[in-house]
Write a protein that binds this ligand. Structure first.
Ligand SMILES: [Ca+2]
Ligand SMILES: [Ca+2]
Ligand SMILES: [Ca+2]
Length: 269
């Protein structure tokens, strides 16, 4: 197994504290040093739900993007752990901190897997897309699976594409939720670099922003100023951006749409 000194030395950048309770943030917790790492593992499969093999080789691209991959080839799953944007081989400029994947030449699928550490309700948020710059040639597809059964699937025809998924599912210890990426409808893996976010909130009320077991005015007092700031990357935003309920990097009307029903219910489900 090849390990990059850069990947190891930057581990402190690769981990961030969990913002609130049992929040599994596939971007903040992305590991460039171990696989599996906690609830997360990075692997590949020859087709959707056709086995899962861990990726154990690592490649560094652009001086700070670390990928798990097959030796010399995608599928690959990685993160820009540097503090600056990085140009990837197929031309997307990947901002600092972004996680991304790329399918293989024979449609080997990159798979990011979350394995439940306990039983309960898991709120699953996934966002895909947004880094490649050549929409004429790019095409990928994604599937989301619970214990090998497809919950949702989507194809896109260019990387201006963005796709968001949310579902609350019941899990048992060892249950798996997979985000799987293939090369799409154009039959080519070229230009298929794709960013992703993958977050699971386990047994926690997603609108309980101050984690006291109810959703009330004290949570709205957290939400309202964050909504006015909007961007989680804004220095004025509270650390961890707790009001970003759907974990897409901004606090906007979509988050408010998640907030309102739980506020009306008051007691966490
Ligand atoms: Ca493609
Ligand atoms: Ca609360
Ligand atoms: Ca949001």
């Amino acid at each position: 197994m090849q390990k990059s000194l850069l990947c190891w030395s930057a581990v402190a950048v690769g981990f961030a504290s969990i913002a609130r309770g049992q929040v599994f943030d596939g971007r903040a917790q992305f590991s460039t040093t171990t696989n599996p790492a906690g609830a997360w593992s990075y692997g590949w499969q020859p087709a959707v739900d056709a086995g899962f093999t861990l990726l154990t080789h690592q490649t560094v691209v652009g001086g700070g993007a670390c990928f798990w991959d097959l030796p010399g080839s995608p599928p690959s799953i990685g993160k820009n752990i540097s503090d600056h944007p990085i140009l990837i081989a197929d031309n997307p400029v990947v901002p600092a901190g972004v996680t991304m994947f790329h399918p293989g030449p024979n449609n080997q699928r990159g798979v990011v897997r979350w394995t439940a550490p306990g039983a309960g309700s898991a709120d699953v948020f996934i966002h895909v897309g947004g880094v490649a710059i050549d929409p004429e040639f790019a095409s990928t597809d994604v599937a989301i699976l619970l214990n090998g059964s497809i919950l949702a699937a989507s194809s896109n025809y260019n990387n201006a594409f963005t796709y968001s998924f949310y579902q609350r599912v019941e899990v048992l210890p060892g249950s798996t939720i997979d985000l799987s990426q293939g090369f799409g409808t154009n039959g080519s893996y070229l230009n298929d670099s794709t960013a992703f976010r993958f977050t699971v909130v386990l047994n926690q009320c997603i609108a309980d922003l101050n984690a006291d077991g109810v959703v009330d005015d004290s949570d709205f007092a957290v939400f309202a100023p964050a909504y006015n700031i909007l961007d989680c990357a804004d220095p004025a935003m509270s650390p961890g951006c707790p009001a970003d309920i759907n974990h897409d990097g901004v606090v906007d009307d979509v988050d408010f749409g998640f907030f309102v029903p739980q506020y009306n219910a008051l007691v966490c489900p």
